[in-house]
Design a protein around this ligand. Structure first.
Ligand SMILES: Nc1nc2c(c(=O)[nH]1)N[C@H]1C(S)=C(S)[C@@H](COP(=O)(O)OP(=O)(O)OC[C@H]3O[C@@H](n4cnc5c(=O)[nH]c(N)nc54)[C@H](O)[C@@H]3O)O[C@H]1N2
Ligand SMILES: Nc1nc2c(c(=O)[nH]1)N[C@H]1C(S)=C(S)[C@@H](COP(=O)(O)OP(=O)(O)OC[C@H]3O[C@@H](n4cnc5c(=O)[nH]c(N)nc54)[C@H](O)[C@@H]3O)O[C@H]1N2
Ligand SMILES: [Mo]
Length: 779
C-alpha cells in the first residue's frame, strides 16, 4: 500500500488507496449496532472496563455520556440507556492505550504532523503534562506547578488581557466552565470563544428576539404527544441515535415524521432498536420485519434550500387559510401571544412560487404534502441541527422555522415546540455558565455582586474573530479547555498560521489531536480526567453536572480509576492556572472550591438564574431549568409577546459549473475524533476522502465513480484547494455535493460566515471539481 501523503502538518494526510463504495444501509441500528459496540469496546478498553462502562453510562448514579446532548428519559431509564455511537465515544476515552512521556520521546512533533487524525486519536490517553520549548523538536514532561507558572508568566506579560484567547469545547462540565469564565473575566477579558460559535450560534442568535430565550422549548415527554415531528438538517441515526427511540415510540402512536434533508439518511428512514432486545414483548418486532419506518415524508431540499422550503410551506398554509379563514392558523394564539403577524403574511404573499421552487429544489407537490401534514397536526415539534445553522442565511432560516411554529401556536403547548438539538453533551450548559464572548450585562452584574470585581464589559473574540486576531497580531496566547480548535474551525491553513504566530498555545485535553501538533512558540498539553473517571479531591469523591438539549440539569460521576495518577480534573486545572496568574487578585479561594465542588455549585446558584438549592436538588435527581415560553407562554421580549420575524428569500449563489458543498459527519467519528474509516450507513468503507455527487452531475461532468478529483472553493475571488477526493454517486440533489468534516474544512473561507451569528458556513461552500493529476491504481 502506498505511504499516505502528507499535505501539511495542519491537515490529515491523503489516504485514498483502499476507499470503497458499496450499497448504503437500509435500516439503522439492528444487531450490527450491537456487534459494533461489543467489538469496539473489547478492542479498545477490554472486557472489565467495557462491562463497567455499560453499567454506568447515563444511569442516574453514573456518568453522562459524552457523545451528544440528547436527554435521558425523565422517569425510568432503560438498563442500557445509550447507543452505538455513545458507546464508541466512551470507549474512545476508556482505551487502555497511553500517550506518555516515552511516546513523545519516540515521536517528534514533525513526525506527529505526518500522522492521520485517526492515528493520533488511536494512540491512547494523555497521561502527564508535556511542554514543547521554543525551537524544540519533541514535547517533554513538565510538572504541573511549573506549567502553571509558565502559563501565568506568559499571560501576565501580555500588553493587555485581550491579547489572550480562552477557547472552550462542549464537554466541559458546568463546574469547570463556571470557574473557567470566572478566571478569564477576573483576568480581564471576554475572549471566550467556544465550539458553539461553529455549531448552534445561529440558533442562539435567531431565537431570543422572537421568543425571549435562546434555547429550545420542548421536553423529551413532548415527543410522546406530538402529531408531527419535522427533522430539519439533522442526521439523528448517527449523531443522536437515542432520538430514534423517541421517534420509534412516536411513530407507534401514529405521529408523522417529516425529514428535510438533501440526503436520504437511513437514520430518519428505518430503525431497529437494539434496546428492544431487552424487552421480551418487543423481541418479535426486532427479529421480524425490516425495522420501523420512521419518515413519512422525505423532502430532498437542495443544500441551503430550507429558507425557501419553509417560506413555501407557510405560503401553502396561508392560501388554505385564505380559502377557509380561521381553520389553519391558531388565530387565538396569534392575537394574544404574538406580534408581527401581518408583516409575515405580507412577506409570504410577496414571495413568488417560481423562486420558492427554484431555491428549495422541491416541487410544489412536495411542499403541498408537507403543508398537508402540518395542517392536520395540532402539535408539531421542529428539530434542527447543523444542516440549518451553518449557512450564510442560517439565522433567517431558523427564524422562518419558528414563524412556522408560531402560526399554528406550536409553542407552550404539550407535544409542540422548537427543538434545536445540541451537539456536545454540555455545550448548552457551558453557555448557561457564562462561556460566551458576548455576555449579557445582567450576568456580569451578578458576577460583580458575588465576587466583588469589575468584569470586563467589552465583547470578546468569538471563534472566527480569534483566528483573525491570532493572524494579525492582536492575540498572542491561546489556551483551550478541550476541543480541537485547528481541525474544527474553518480555513484550516489560515487557522494553523494563526496558531503558529502565537507565543504560547496550550490545550487541556484527554486525547492527542492535530491542535497539539501545530503550535505556538511554546506549547503545552495539559491532560485531564475524563467523564468516566473517579474525581477525588481533598474532601473526597466529586461529581459534576451537565445540561442537556432540553434544559435538564443532571449529575455525572465517573466510576473508573483514572488512567494516570498525574491527571488533574478540569476544575483543578482552572484553579491552578488562576491562582498562579491572579495571585492575591483572585476573586475567590480556588483551592477551597476545588476541594469540594459543592462550593462551586453554591457560587453558580448565586450567579446563574434557575439554580435555587442547586446542591440539594441535584442530589435528589435531575431538574429542569425554567423555560417561560414552554412553561407558561411567557416571552421575555420588549412587548412580552412572541415576535414573527419574516425572512425574505435568499440562497447561497453558485456560478455555472459550480456545486454547493456541504460538510457532514460520518457514522464513525465524533467531530474531529475519528473512530474508524467506515460510514456504513452511507456505504463508504475504509476511507474518508469522498465527495458525494448526483449521478447525473457525474455523467454530465464526464467523471466516473471511484475517480479522484480535486475540490476548489471560491469566495470573493480567492480559491482554496483540497486534493484527491473519491467520486461517490449518491442520492443528492443536482449541483449539490457533500464531503466529510474535518477533511473539507480547508475549503471553508474564514470570511464566509452566517449573517448575525458569525458561524462558519460549513454547509454551503461553492466549489468546482476537476480530475486529480494522480489517480488510484486500477484494481
Ligand atoms: N456520533 C456522533 N454524534 C455527534 C457528533 C459526531 O460527530 N458524532 N457531533 C455532535 C455535535 S457537536 C453536533 S453539533 C451534532 C451534529 O449533528 P448533525 O447536524 O446531524 O450533523 P451533520 O453530520 O453535520 O449533519 C447535518 C445533516 O444535515 C444535512 N444537511 C447538509 N446540508 C443541509 C442543508 O442545506 N439543508 C438541510 N435541511 N440539511 C442539510 C446532512 O445531510 C446531514 O444529514 O451531533 C453531535 N453528536
Ligand atoms: N466543516 C465543518 N466544521 C465543523 C462542523 C461541521 O459540521 N463542518 N461542526 C462544528 C461543530 S458543530 C462543532 S461543535 C465543532 C467541534 O469542535 P471541538 O469541540 O473543538 O472539537 P472536538 O472534535 O469535539 O474535540 C475533540 C477533542 O476534545 C478533547 N476532549 C475530549 N473529551 C474531553 C474532556 O472531557 N475534557 C477535555 N478537556 N478535553 C476533552 C480531546 O482531546 C479531543 O481530541 O466543530 C465544528 N466544525
Ligand atoms: Mo456541535
Amino acid at each position: 500500500m502506498p505511504v499516505p501523503r502528507s499535505v501539511s502538518p495542519a491537515q490529515t494526510p491523503i489516504e485514498v488507496a483502499g476507499t470503497q463504495q458499496k450499497k448504503p444501509y437500509q435500516v439503522a441500528g439492528g444487531l450490527r449496532a450491537l456487534r459494533e459496540v461489543a467489538g469496539y469496546g473489547l478492542r479498545h478498553s477490554g472486557l472489565g472496563n467495557t462491562l463497567k462502562t455499560f453499567h454506568a453510562i447515563n444511569q442516574t448514579n453514573g456518568f453522562d455520556c459524552q457523545s451528544c446532548a440528547w436527554p435521558n428519559p425523565d422517569g425510568e431509564r432503560s438498563f442500557a440507556e445509550f447507543c452505538e455511537n455513545g458507546f464508541k465515544a466512551v470507549t474512545y476515552e476508556v482505551t487502555k492505550k497511553r500517550v506518555d512521556a516515552e511516546f513523545f520521546q519516540q515521536h517528534s512533533v514533525a513526525d506527529l504532523g505526518t500522522r492521520s487524525d485517526y492515528w493520533l486519536g488511536e494512540q491512547g490517553r494523555l497521561t502527564e503534562p508535556m511542554l514543547l520549548r521554543p525551537g524544540g523538536t519533541h514535547y517533554e514532561p513538565i510538572g504541573w506547578d511549573e506549567a502553571f507558572q509558565l502559563l501565568a508568566r506568559e499571560l501576565r506579560s501580555l500588553g493587555s488581557p485581550h491579547e489572550a484567547v480562552f477557547y472552550t469545547s462542549g464537554r466541559t462540565s458546568n463546574e469547570a466552565a463556571f470557574l473557567w469564565q470566572l478566571f478569564v473575566r477576573a483576568f480581564g477579558t471576554n475572549n471566550l470563544p467556544d465550539c458553539s460559535n461553529m455549531c448552534h450560534e445561529s440558533t442562539s442568535v435567531a431565537l431570543p428576539p422572537m421568543l425571549g430565550i435562546g434555547k429550545g422549548c420542548v421536553r423529551l415527554s413532548d415527543f410522546e404527544k406530538a402529531d408531527a415531528i419535522f427533522i430539519i438538517g439533522q442526521n439523528p441515526g448517527t449523531n443522536h441515535p437515542r432520538m430514534l427511540t423517541a421517534l420509534q415510540q412516536a411513530k407507534a402512536r401514529g405521529c408523522r415524521v417529516v425529514s428535510v434533508n438533501p440526503l436520504p439518511e437511513v437514520g430518519t428512514e428505518r430503525f431497529k432498536n437494539p434496546q428492544d432486545l431487552l424487552h421480551p414483548t418487543r423481541l418479535p418486532r426486532f427479529f421480524l420485519g425490516g425495522g420501523t419506518p420512521l419518515s413519512d415524508l422525505w423532502l430532498p431540499v437542495m443544500i441551503n434550500g430550507d429558507l425557501a422550503f419553509f417560506t413555501g410551506l407557510m405560503k401553502e398554509m396561508l392560501e388554505a387559510e385564505d380559502r377557509r379563514p380561521g381553520t389553519v392558523f391558531d388565530r387565538g394564539f396569534i392575537r394574544h401571544h404574538t406580534e408581527g403577524f401581518e408583516a409575515l403574511v405580507a412577506q409570504l404573499r410577496a414571495s413568488a412560487w417560481n423562486d420558492i421552487i427554484a431555491d428549495s429544489g422541491l416541487t410544489r407537490e412536495q411542499i403541498r404534502a408537507a403543508a398537508q401534514i402540518a395542517m392536520e397536526s395540532h402539535r408539531i415539534i421542529a428539530c434542527w441541527c447543523m444542516g440549518v445553522t451553518q449557512h450564510h442565511n442560517a439565522v433567517a432560516t431558523i427564524q422562518q422555522i419558528v414563524n412556522f411554529l408560531l402560526l399554528g401556536g406550536h409553542i407552550g403547548r404539550p407535544g409542540a415546540g422548537p427543538c434545536p438539538v445540541r451537539g456536545h453533551s454540555n455545550v448548552q450548559g457551558d453557555r448557561t455558565m457564562g462561556i460566551w464572548e458576548n455576555p449579557r450585562p445582567e450576568f456580569l452584574d451578578r458576577l460583580r455582586a458575588e465576587f466583588g470585581f469589575e468584569p470586563p464589559r467589552q465583547p470578546g473574540f468569538d471563534t472566527v474573530e480569534a483566528i483573525r486576531a491570532m493572524n494579525d497580531g492582536r492575540a498572542h496566547v491561546f489556551i483551550a479547555m478541550g476541543g480541537n480548535f485547528l481541525s474544527a474551525t474553518s480555513d484550516t491553513e489560515f487557522t494553523a498560521a494563526g496558531l503558529r504566530r502565537c507565543r504560547l498555545t496550550a490545550h487541556v485535553a484527554t486525547k492527542l489531536n492535530r491542535s497539539h501538533v501545530v503550535t505556538g512558540g511554546t506549547a503545552l498539553i495539559l491532560p485531564c480526567l475524563g467523564r468516566t473517571e473517579i474525581d477525588r479531591q481533598a474532601t473526597g469523591e466529586q461529581f459534576v453536572t451537565v445540561e442537556d438539549s432540553m434544559g435538564v440539569i443532571s449529575s455525572s460521576r465517573g466510576h473508573l480509576t483514572p488512567c494516570s495518577a498525574q491527571l488533574l480534573s478540569e476544575p483543578a486545572i482552572v484553579a491552578g492556572l488562576a491562582k498562579a496568574t491572579l495571585g492575591p487578585k483572585s476573586p475567590l479561594d480556588w483551592e477551597a472550591h476545588v476541594a469540594n465542588y459543592d462550593r462551586i455549585r453554591d457560587r453558580i446558584e448565586a450567579v446563574v438564574p434557575g439554580f435555587p438549592a442547586f446542591n440539594d436538588r441535584i442530589r435528589e435527581g435531575t431538574f429542569y431549568l425554567p423555560n417561560p415560553p414552554r412553561d407558561e407562554r411567557r416571552f421575555a421580549t420588549p412587548s412580552g409577546k412572541a415576535v414573527f420575524r419574516p425572512a425574505p428569500l435568499s440562497r447561497a449563489a453558485i456560478e455555472p459549473g459550480q456545486y454547493l458543498l456541504t460538510t457532514i459527519r460520518s457514522h464513525d467519528q465524533f467531530n474531529t475524533s475519528i473512530y474508524g474509516l467506515d460510514d456504513r450507513y452511507r456505504g463508504i468503507y475504509n476511507g474518508r476522502r469522498v465527495v458525494f455527487l448526483n449521478p447525473e452531475d457525474i455523467a454530465a461532468a464526464g467523471l466516473m465513480q471511484g475517480q479522484l478529483v480535486d475540490l476548489t472553493s471560491h469566495f470573493n475571488g480567492r480559491t482554496r484547494r483540497a486534493a484527491q477526493f473519491m467520486v461517490a454517486p449518491y442520492a443528492i440533489p443536482r449541483r449539490c455535493a457533500a464531503a466529510y468534516f474535518p477533511e473539507a474544512n480547508v475549503l471553508v473561507p474564514i470570511d464566509s460566515v452566517a449573517e448575525g451569528s458569525n458561524c462558519p458556513t460549513s454547509k454551503s461552500i461553492p466549489i468546482t471539481i476537476a480530475p486529480s493529476a494522480e489517480q488510484r491504481p486500477q484494481v
